[in-house]
Ligand binder design. Structure first.
Ligand code: HEM
Length: 392
């Protein structure tokens, strides 16, 4: 058991280096195995079985990030789950998101205009944070002036204490709970203020005025949906951009492939999402006994679905540990599968594709600034302090 756990922890905590060795060791323990009181899946087939059976593997595993109630819809099981998805899905539909192309491209170019002549930038804070933040706030109808506050809140939920340098678990927990309360208060005040004015058609308006089963959402439901959108909207695309550009800066061959052949960008984005797996694990809780690929699962067990291991399972993809931008088909699990598949995947893809296209059109050749060292924050996979340089 100790060996099993340490191998899992190695893969779990390893943000850098040989993640794949850890995945391989884990797969050696079985498609699913028990460690530290949880069941961990290590293959694509095991992940698929969990995602396809939500009546056994419930999403009520929270609380997520210290929230006081289940987040909507990520912690909602059938039959209610689809009611919320029916409300949210049209907001993220491909047609809606495709229409944002000109605005996203303009924003990408505006950000690049701000630093291109400097011959370098700090990629995370000057590009990867502001791009998704500004797109998300505009979509939601939240004030751009609140960006710094909302980013601080998001970090206080996803990696509490990291920015403040706190390590004492009691202090970290206190900080997280203070942030949770501030997030509820912020959205409640926003909703109250909005109700005084005319109906608006942005995402906040659609969440507030949309109906499920012939009724409006309660304030608690609105807040529980906004809480999740804040986490998802402000972190994941930033994380993906930093992981992708860290890779490009270290792999001139891949960078040149994208710069010389922009048509490859959509499949490059899919392959980078698969290989990097920015959200490395998702969780479920068993509400019935089961046998998962030979591993006994007991009611009440937490099940950790290791998406990185599933995405690099050699039984699922040939040469799975390598990046191939022409990989086709590439049905990875970076947005998971089954009923909880990411609502924001079209938005994420659209932003990532436009960012790669416009950036490489204008800055095809770049590298890590000598003497700088990137950092790997806790939480979802991402890179910070990513200094890039180029010559025009
Ligand atoms: C590359 C960027 C993104 C990645 C890697 C990602 C990843 C994920 C994953 C893995 C899940 C499933 C969790 C589970 O099965 O328990 C998920 C769900 C979700 N994501 Fe994303 N996400 C991204 C971007 C976004 C964006 C931009 C938004 C919205 C602004 C968003 C909104 C959501 C929502 C609402 C859910 C819950 C879906 C449900 O439970 O039915 N995501 N995402």
């Amino acid at each position: 058991m100790a060996d099993e756990l340490s191998a899992y922890q190695q893969a779990f905590y390893s943000q850098v280096g040989e993640r794949f060795e850890g995945f391989q060791q884990m797969r050696g323990m079985g498609a699913a195995f028990r460690a530290d009181g949880a069941v961990i899946t290590t293959t694509r087939a095991a992940a698929e079985r969990v995602f396809q059976n939500p009546e056994i593997y419930s999403s009520r595993f929270g609380p997520i990030c210290g929230a006081h109630r289940p987040l909507i819809p990520i912690e909602i099981d059938p039959p209610d789950h689809h009611l919320y998805r029916r409300l949210l899905d049209p907001m993220f539909a491909p047609r809606t998101i495709n229409a944002l192309e000109p605005q996203i491209a303009a924003l990408v170019n505006e950000l690049i205009d701000g630093f291109i002549a400097d011959g370098g930038c700090r990629f995370d804070s000057q590009f990867a944070v502001p791009l998704p933040t500004q797109v998300f706030l505009a979509l939601m109808g939240l004030p751009l002036a609140d960006a710094a506050f909302l980013l601080e809140m998001k970090d206080g939920l996803l990696r509490p204490g990291y920015r403040e340098g706190l390590t004492d678990p009691v202090a970290v927990e206190a900080l997280n709970q203070a942030v949770v309360v501030k997030v509820y208060d912020y959205f409640q005040a926003f909703v109250d203020e909005r109700r005084k004015g005319p109906l608006r058609d942005d995402m906040m308006g659609q969440v507030m005025n949309g109906e499920i089963e012939g009724r409006r959402l309660t304030d608690e439901e609105i807040l529980d949906a906004c809480f999740l959108l804040l986490l998802a909207g402000l972190d994941t695309i930033t994380n993906s951009l930093t992981l992708f550009y860290h890779q490009f800066a270290n792999r001139p061959d891949l960078r040149m492939e994208v710069a010389n052949n922009p048509d490859t960008i959509p499949s490059a984005v899919e392959e980078l999402l698969r290989w990097e797996t920015p959200t490395p694990q998702v969780y479920r809780v068993a509400v019935a006994d089961d046998e998962l690929m030979g591993c006994p699962v007991h009611k009440g067990d937490v099940v950790v679905i290791d998406l990185g291991a599933a995405n690099t399972d050699p039984a699922f993809q040939p040469d799975a540990g390598e990046l191939h931008f022409d990989r086709e088909p590439n049905p990875h699990y970076s947005f998971t599968g089954g009923i909880h598949r990411c609502s924001g995947s079209h938005l994420a893809r659209q932003e990532l594709r436009i960012a790669l296209r416009e950036w490489h059109r204008r800055i095809p050749d770049y590298w890590m600034k000598p003497g700088t060292t990137p950092a790997w924050p806790p939480g979802l996979r991402s890179v910070e302090n990513l200094h890039l340089e180029w010559k025009l």
